[in-house]
Design a protein around this ligand. Sequence first.
Ligand SMILES: Nc1ncnc2c1ncn2[C@@H]1O[C@H](COP(=O)(O)OP(=O)(O)OP(=O)(O)O)[C@@H](O)[C@H]1O
Ligand SMILES: [Mg+2]
Length: 470
Amino acid sequence: MSTRSNAQELISAQERRQEHQLSYSMRWTDAQHDFLRSTADIALFSGANQVGKTIIIAADIAMFLEGRHPYDQTHAPPVKVLFAGHTWAEMAGTLEKLWGMIDKRRFKETIRFEGGSLKGQKIAVYDVISGPGKGSQLIIATYAQGAKRISGMTIHRLLGDEPLTKHFFGEAVPRLLRFGGHMRIGLTPTLDTYAALDWLWKLVDDGVIEEHRVELTVANVTPRGGLVETPWISAGDIELFESRCLPAEVEMRMGRSRYAVAGARVIGRFSPANISEELPPGGARVTVSLDHSKRPGREVATILVDAKVKGAHRVWVTSVAATAKHGTPVEFARAIQTALRDDLGITVADVDYWIGDRAAVSGTGRWDNQTVIDAFREILGDPLPEHLLAMETPYKYQGSATDGWRLINAMCAEGHILIHPRCTTLINSLRVWEGLASAPEKDVLDALRYGIVLAIKSEYTKQRPEVRFR
Ligand SMILES: Nc1ncnc2c1ncn2[C@@H]1O[C@H](COP(=O)(O)OP(=O)(O)OP(=O)(O)O)[C@@H](O)[C@H]1O
Ligand SMILES: [Mg+2]
């Protein structure tokens, strides 16, 4: 018996030490510390990217669940903490950081689903079964389901790590405050979210929500209190980050503004000098690049030819192929085939490279590269051209889209992109797009980007140097 309890003591001592090395020994930036210390009913950690919003939200959840919040002792465990966000995928990052702060063994292994039998309507509950937070619950809900589902719940603290919806806020807050609970939100507005946040800023301006707005500066990424105070991002990297933001978004991502910069075009260097009827030189490589739109039936392909001219890489965009609304894959394939024939005088077999995005959303109605290959099979029959069968997907990495836009901008500025005037949707999109992901202009620009990045970055070879255009 005694050996066992000694062992148990040892384990819990070890656990305590481990824990100490995690959240409780973390040093905070002044901004993070101020946020933690807030006693406001609703506090918002807003402003820049990378200033430690997610970490502080995760730490707040961890400490509150276990009754160890240094500044909020309003409720002792067992407590109910609600963590809400738009999608599970978006909340996963915060939860991951949370598991680094509370030993996951303190939670019951299986997640419980509560409230409602409809698929997708259930709320996930993580039960704390040991440690100082024993009996507490971490409840995870999306904004869409939360407003309905939390109606019967007692919640002691509510946290979010991204812009919340007005509807959810309206339903959740009175319930929360009734039990003396508090709300903590982290957010960086983006092009895709800022327009829907006016109601929130009004509450901030009216003093209902306490805002902690944090800019991305060296001081704001430097934890205080250590022997040496070292920022987690250097001044140089902050500059690099800023230079990589979309022009329309940069003020929001740096924490300097709540709003997008109006009229800041992503491809600001595109000009009439980039519109030309010039035919590409014979023997140049041909690339067809596809974007499988999130809006079914809005597939789009760009056809481009690239060659070195006096040592510089030049791209001629000769056609944009698309289907009418609700078009079929075969109609799409035919549109590509027709454009190749009419605009360049070549066949599907003369195309050197095919590239198409992965299907971003799976499910019915979605097309992918295979859908297009199958459609060509219906038209052309087997065997299909080898290059078509070898259709690639774009290489993506953190910042790959921004890098692509920068490349296109640089090429436009130097006159190395020439777009045929018949490509009206492309030209219009280049002129107006400000970076909104949901904008209809984005699809054709994505297709263009995949094609140009492939053409410029890869060392592929021409399959048929004898092919002449028109
Ligand atoms: N107090 C701290 N001490 C040390 N590192 C920290 C601290 N706070 C944050 N970090 C580190 O800084 C990075 C950014 O933190 P975090 O992800 O919380 O920022 P964020 O504001 O949520 O960023 P984003 O806007 O990209 O979501 C992470 O790698 C995190 O580990
Ligand atoms: Mg974050």
